[in-house]
Design a protein around this ligand. Structure first.
Ligand code: HEC
Ligand code: HEC
Ligand code: HEC
Length: 446
């Protein structure tokens, strides 16, 4: 009996250790790449960190401005309608609400008293000036790969801004999640706390792309699924995840469920302008990422990102292959089941004028739905979010606008039209209920 208990205990411990080890191994976002790495100081092939050569001679704060765009600090540190970088943006986590804080140089409520060392610790180790741990909603596990010089250029830029007085909002977290001290254990397991190491087996362009994607643009924070401990699980790197009620799609090189069959030019255009013909526009959080961040990258940097994305190993997920042919011009053909009628009616009244029954917009190429991932995603999360929130983006060539229907339409209406749109233009119709839409709204609420 004793031996059986002993063996059972040994097996349980082995499984627990194995599982822990497996989680641990998932924390390195660049371990997929073949080749060996060297320290940045020992890498002579090209400059991997820093700003592009066009502005290499600019003053520190100017370089910081380029880098702060690349790292997109604005997106999280600005509340809707609030002062830039003054914090107060809400993150609805499964265990409560966390607010971003004020990173303008206000001495009392912002980071005006942060020393360089304190700023580096906040950005790369997740420790704030008073020594408390930050929640990983602040993506220090990505920024940890940033160089001292780049982080301090960002600080120099922030310190040129007008200080805004904005005290931190109170987080709403239940026990034990309100215990910041516990994050020390989490960090030991999941925070790499190391600087970027170029890979000599890859091209200089790939290395620049890796630096921009991992240390700066933190693509994985949205596109990589999380494990049970809420850490990024790089076993499924970039394979897609739900983030604040939006689906950040699979961007691995898988041809069906990822972006393996996009041309380099399409990926480049999508990232640098937020739109690529045949693939639609970047809506929601990705629209913010392109408009506030990626569109500011010089062409060489955007191409470096493309080069890095191309090398991400294919990871097949359950997204069906995208339908690339337009739907019928007649509303009588297409989804006609009884449960589709409500959606069809809404589509006829509110959507068809811009999107057409075929999905090929008669108004602007931006509104073409044929080939767009969102309508081919049977969860219909992004279709529902887009209908609720609308689209209002300003790009160099003008304004891209779709009205927000969230106020005027009930959750049941939105579910019905989302189900109809995915059935009509996509590979597989969704089955959202009004309650699902209410949940999606809640997850995205700020
Ligand atoms: C994905 C969202 C997100 C992004 C992007 C982000 N932050 Fe944060 N940041 C947060 C959140 C949330 C907090 C507060 C966390 C907490 O209270 O534990 C925070 C806290 C901080 C703090 C601590 C301030 C204090 O004393 O409370 C600093 C400094 C900071 N961020 C700097 C930056 C900089 C610089 C960037 C860009 C390089 C950046 N953040 C990008 C979410 C983000
Ligand atoms: C704040 C979250 C967030 C961040 C950060 C982010 N993405 Fe996205 N991404 C999304 C969402 C959400 C979508 C879906 C947009 C839509 O439905 O229009 C998306 C869509 C995409 C697509 C199109 C996929 C398709 O099949 O249509 C590409 C390519 C992409 N992202 C690349 C990137 C890269 C590269 C980075 C880092 C430089 C990045 N994203 C950072 C949230 C994010
Ligand atoms: C005034 C014109 C207009 C109307 C009306 C309109 N849309 Fe749009 N819609 C657009 C434009 C423009 C875009 C492209 C946005 C972009 O490129 O970011 C778009 C994008 C979309 C997308 C793609 C979102 C993504 O994640 O990529 C969906 C789905 C969509 N609309 C559904 C609808 C539905 C359903 C209705 C009716 C309830 C509707 N639209 C009404 C103009 C419109």
């Amino acid at each position: 009996m004793k031996t059986i208990v002993g063996i059972a205990a040994a097996v349980i411990i082995a499984i627990a250790l194995g599982f822990g080890g497996w989680l641990y191994l998932g924390r390195d976002p660049m371990s997929f790449a073949a080749g060996s790495t060297v320290s940045l100081a020992d890498y002579k092939d090209a400059s991997v960190a820093g700003v592009p050569k066009e502005i290499a001679g600019a003053e520190l704060a100017k370089r910081g401005e380029y880098l702060i765009h690349a790292a997109d600090c604005l997106a999280c540190h600005t509340a809707p309608g609030g002062a830039p970088f003054a914090g107060g943006f809400a993150f609805n986590m499964p265990f409560g609400v966390i607010y971003s804080t004020n990173i303008t140089p206000d001495k009392e409520t912002g980071i005006g008293d942060y020393t360089d060392a304190q700023f580096l610790a906040a950005l790369r180790q997740g420790v704030r000036a008073d020594g408390e741990h930050l929640y990983p909603a602040m993506p220090y596990t990505s920024y940890t790969y940033m160089t001292d010089a780049d982080a301090l250029a960002i600080k120099a830029y922030l310190f040129t801004l007008a200080p805004t007085r904005a005290p931190a909002k109170q987080n709403q977290l239940s026990w034990p999640f309100n215990q910041r001290g516990l994050l020390a254990a989490w960090n030991a397991m999941f925070s790499p706390d190391e600087r970027f190491r170029p890979n000599t087996g890859q091209s200089p362009q790939w290395n620049r792309g890796a630096y921009l994607a991992e240390a700066m643009g933190h693509c994985g924070e949205c596109h990589t699924p999380r494990n049970v401990a809420y850490a990024l699980d790089n076993h499924s790197k970039f394979a897609g995840a739900l983030t604040a009620g939006w689906r950040a799609y699979n961007i691995t090189s898988d041809k069906n469920s990822g972006i393996g069959d996009w041309s380099d030019e399409d990926v480049y255009l999508y990232l640098s302008t937020g739109h690529a013909n045949g693939h639609g526009g970047a809506a929601g959080p990705m629209g913010e990422a392109t408009d506030n961040s990626l569109s500011y990258l010089v062409a060489d940097d955007a191409r470096a990102l493309v080069s890095y994305l191309r090398g991400i190993p294919a990871h097949a997920t359950e997204l069906p292959r995208t339908v690339t042919t337009p739907a019928s011009a007649s509303h009588k053909e297409g989804p006609t089941a009884a449960e589709d009628l409500r959606g069809e009616k809404i589509f006829a009244g509110a959507c068809a004028s811009c999107h057409d029954w075929t999905g090929v917009s008669p108004v602007t190429g931006y509104a073409t739905l044929t080939g767009v991932r969102a309508v081919n995603d049977p969860s219909a999360a992004n279709v529902a979010q887009t209908v609720v929130n609308g689209v209002d983006r300003t790009i160099p060539s003008g304004r891209i606008y779709m009205p927000a229907f969230g106020e005027g339409y009930s959750d049941d209406d939105i579910a019905a039209v989302a189900n109809y749109v995915t059935a009509r233009f996509g590979a597989k119709g969704a089955h959202l209920t009004g309650k699902d839409v209410a949940d999606l709204r809640k997850q995205a609420a700020q």
